[in-house]
Design a protein around this ligand. Structure first.
Ligand code: PLP
Length: 430
C-alpha cells in the first residue's frame, strides 16, 4: 500500500468538494409563483415590459454591455439563429475552433454551411488568430469564435481579421457569462454572441439561451427567425423570414432575472478562489495555468482549464496524473479540448438520402474531415489539458488548499506514480 490514494493511501479530500448546483432560494419560488398565477406563461401572452422574458433580455444585455438581447429556447438553437441572422448560407464556410462543443459544428451544418476547423492556441485554448488568417478563403462567411471555458478569445486580432476580410464575427459565449475583454462584456464585441442557460451553466435556468448584438438589423432578424413575424414592440425584419418558434418561456425568463441578481457575487467568489489556486499551482513544478492576458479584464468561467506539463512532471502521462488526482477526491476532467473533427457525430453523421451538405456541389469539394489535423489541439487534448468545473470554486478557501495539497502530494510521490503507471502500462485496471 502506497501513500497515494491511487495506490491504497488515504485520499486528501474526505468530503466532496463540488458545491450543489444549481442553487435557488425563496426569490426563485416567488418568481415562479408569480408566473403561475399570472396565467401568462408564454411571452406572446404578456407583452412589453410586463413580460419576464422581455425584462430578462434587457437586464442580461445590460449586464454584458450589449444594446440588444434576444432570448431563445437553447444555446444551440441560438447559434443556428445567429448564423442565419448574419447571412450564412449553403455554400459558405464558417471557421470554428477545433476544440469545442459539438453543437457549434452541427449548428453550422444545420444551416447548410461547412465548418472549417482551426487549431487552438496553447496559451488560452481558444481559436488561434494566426491560423484563422490562413484558413480564410473566398467562401468564408463568418468566424465563429468560442470563449472556451469562459476565457475570452483574442477579440482584437479576430475583430481585425473579420473586418479586413469582410466576414462576420460571431461568438459562442456559452461558458462566459460575465467575462470581459478590455472592460467590455463578451457577446457585445462580436457582431452577435450566443449564451447558454442550460442547467449546468453559470446562469442555470434548465434550458435557454440568449443572443446579444449591437446591431438593430441583426436583432430584428433574430426576432423574426425565432418567432414568426417577430415580437410586438421589438424590431421586426422588413420582409418575412422562413421562421420557426424558438421562444423562451416566461418561467425561464423569471428564473433568469432572479439568477442574474446572484451572478455577480458568484463570479467574484469564483474569481478570488481561482486567483488563489493559480498562485498555488505556480509553485508546483509540472503543472501550470492558462495565460491570463491583461486584456481579459474579467475572467468568469464555466470550465477552468489548466495544464499538465509532462516534461516537467518526470514524464508521467497526463492521464495517470488525472487518475491520481481523482483518487485523492478532486473531481477533474480534460474539459472541452478534444478535436471535434474526430467526433463520431461528425465522422459518421447521417444526413439522409441526399447527404447534404457533405456532398454538396456548392462547396466545390466533398466535405470530409477524416484527413483533418490540428496539431496543437491534438497535443493539448492527449497530453496536457486538465479542467475543473466552476462549481468547485464556490466553496471556501480551504477547498482550494485541499486541491493544492492533493497536487503537491502527487508531485512528492511521483516515484510511486511511476511504478503504478508501469504496472498498468498494458491497460490493466487499477
Ligand atoms: C461551448 C458551448 N456552446 C454551446 C453549447 C450549447 O448550449 P445549449 O446546451 O444551451 O444548447 C454548449 C453546451 O454545453 C457549449 O458548451
Amino acid at each position: 500500500m502506497g501513500r497515494l490514494a491511487l495506490t491504497g493511501g488515504t485520499p486528501i479530500v474526505s468530503k466532496p468538494l463540488d458545491s450543489t448546483w444549481p442553487v435557488h432560494d425563496e426569490r426563485d419560488e416567488r418568481a415562479l409563483l408569480a408566473v403561475l398565477q399570472s396565467g401568462a406563461w408564454t411571452r406572446t401572452r404578456s407583452q412589453g415590459a410586463e413580460s419576464w422574458v422581455w425584462r430578462f433580455e434587457d437586464a442580461f444585455a445590460a449586464f454584458q454591455d450589449a444594446r440588444h438581447g434576444v432570448a431563445v429556447a437553447t444555446g444551440s438553437s441560438g447559434m443556428e439563429l445567429v448564423l442565419k441572422a448574419v447571412g450564412v448560407e449553403p455554400g459558405d464556410e464558417v471557421i470554428i475552433p477545433a476544440a469545442t462543443w459539438i453543437t457549434v459544428a452541427t449548428a453550422v451544418i444545420t444551416v447548410g454551411a461547412a465548418p472549417v476547423f482551426v487549431d487552438i492556441d496553447p496559451g488560452a485554448y481558444n481559436l488561434d488568430a494566426r491560423k484563422v488568417a490562413a484558413a480564410i478563403t473566398p467562401k468564408t462567411r463568418a468566424i465563429f469564435c468560442v470563449h472556451n471555458g469562459g476565457m475570452p478569445a483574442d477579440m482584437d486580432a479576430l475583430r481585425a481579421l473579420a473586418d479586413r476580410h469582410g466576414v462576420a464575427l460571431v461568438g459562442d459565449c456559452a461558458h462566459a457569462h460575465g467575462s470581459q475583454w478590455r472592460g467590455r462584456g463578451v457577446g457585445a464585441i462580436e457582431d452577435a454572441g450566443v449564451f447558454s442557460f442550460q442547467g449546468s451553466k453559470v446562469l442555470p435556468l434548465g434550458e435557454g439561451g440568449m443572443v446579444l448584438t449591437e446591431s438593430e438589423e441583426i436583432q430584428a432578424r433574430l426576432f423574426g427567425y425565432h418567432h414568426v413575424n417577430g415580437i410586438v414592440g421589438r424590431p421586426k425584419p422588413e420582409r418575412s423570414l422562413p421562421a420557426t418558434n424558438l421562444r423562451m418561456t416566461e418561467w425561464v425568463g423569471a428564473l433568469g432575472l432572479v439568477g442574474l441578481e446572484r451572478l455577480p457575487d458568484q463570479i467574484a467568489t469564483r474569481e478570488a478562489n481561482a486567483r488563489y489556486l493559480r498562485q498555488g499551482l505556480a509553485e508546483i513544478p509540472g503543472v501550470d495555468s492558462l495565460v491570463w492576458d491583461s486584456r481579459v479584464t474579467r475572467w468568469s468561467f464555466y470550465i477552468w482549464h489548466w495544464r499538465f506539463v509532462q516534461s516537467e512532471f518526470e514524464n508521467i502521462q497526463r492521464d495517470t496524473f488525472l487518475a491520481a488526482l481523482k483518487a485523492e477526491g478532486v473531481p477533474t476532467s480534460t474539459g472541452q479540448t478534444a478535436p471535434l473533427y474526430k467526433h463520431a457525430a461528425l465522422t459518421e453523421m447521417d444526413c439522409g438520402r441526399t447527404n447534404f451538405p457533405f456532398n454538396a456541389r456548392v462547396y466545390g469539394r466533398m466535405l470530409d474531415y477524416a484527413g483533418n489535423t490540428c496539431p496543437e489541439t491534438e497535443r493539448i487534448a492527449a497530453t496536457e489539458a486538465l479542467a475543473f468545473s466552476h462549481t468547485l470554486f464556490l466553496g471556501p478557501r480551504q477547498d482550494m488548499d485541499q486541491i493544492l495539497d492533493a497536487v503537491r502530494k502527487i508531485r512528492e510521490n511521483v516515484a510511486e506514480l511511476h511504478a503504478w503507471e508501469q504496472a498498468h502500462a498494458d491497460g490493466s485496471p487499477a
